[in-house]
Design a protein around this ligand. Structure first.
Ligand code: RTP
Ligand code: MG
Length: 150
């Protein structure tokens, strides 16, 4: 058992299509806890930092264009093994591989615009939460949860 926090983001296509409520509902139904959420339009610096691992890929420019093209709904969720479980709920990147019942399987039709992002490791989760919400108090067992330096 591992209580974890992860960064989940409804991408601009998901926000435009009115999928914020549906996505929150799925995470709530699974028993996860929403710790923070904000609708925000991010600048290129934040977007490029978020997707640093893809900076040398041919689709990097388009990816940054897309993610800065309109508001995203950024969230921090907490739960048991949430990093692995949320990636299962989100589904595979490619629409041809995303299983029905997953968020992408049910709502996404293209690889580039695929509705939702979820952190893929503890390290990425920390980095991404910090990028979008500011420094996070590190002690996960601490009830006095808050963000600093916003
Ligand atoms: P994400 O990071 O957004 O949660 O998605 P992921 O882990 O499933 O996929 P990843 O390989 O990290 O790719 C990040 C995002 O880049 C866009 N992408 N476009 N045009 C393409 O071939 C292509 N490949 C990836 C997608 O928006 C993907 O979610
Ligand atoms: Mg990824």
């Amino acid at each position: 058992m591992a209580l974890q926090r992860t960064f989940i983001m409804v991408k601009p296509d998901g926000v435009k299509r009115g999928l914020i409520g549906e996505i929150i509902k799925r995470f709530e139904q699974k028993g996860f806890t929403l710790l923070n959420a904000e609708l925000m339009t991010i600048n290129r610096t934040k977007a490029e930092y978020h997707y640093t691992e893809h900076k040398d890929k041919p689709f990097f420019g388009e990816l940054v264009d897309f993610i800065t093209s309109g508001p995203v709904f950024a969230m921090v969720w907490e739960g048991e093994n949430i990093i692995e479980v949320s990636r299962l709920m989100i589904g595979k990147t490619s629409p041809a591989e995303a299983a029905p019942g997953t968020i992408r399987g049910d709502f996404a039709n293209t690889k580039a615009e695929n509705v939702i992002h979820g952190s893929d490791s503890l390290l990425s989760a920390e980095r991404e939460i910090e990028n979008f919400f500011g420094l996070l108090k590190r002690n996960i067992a601490d009830d006095d949860f808050r963000y600093e330096d916003r």
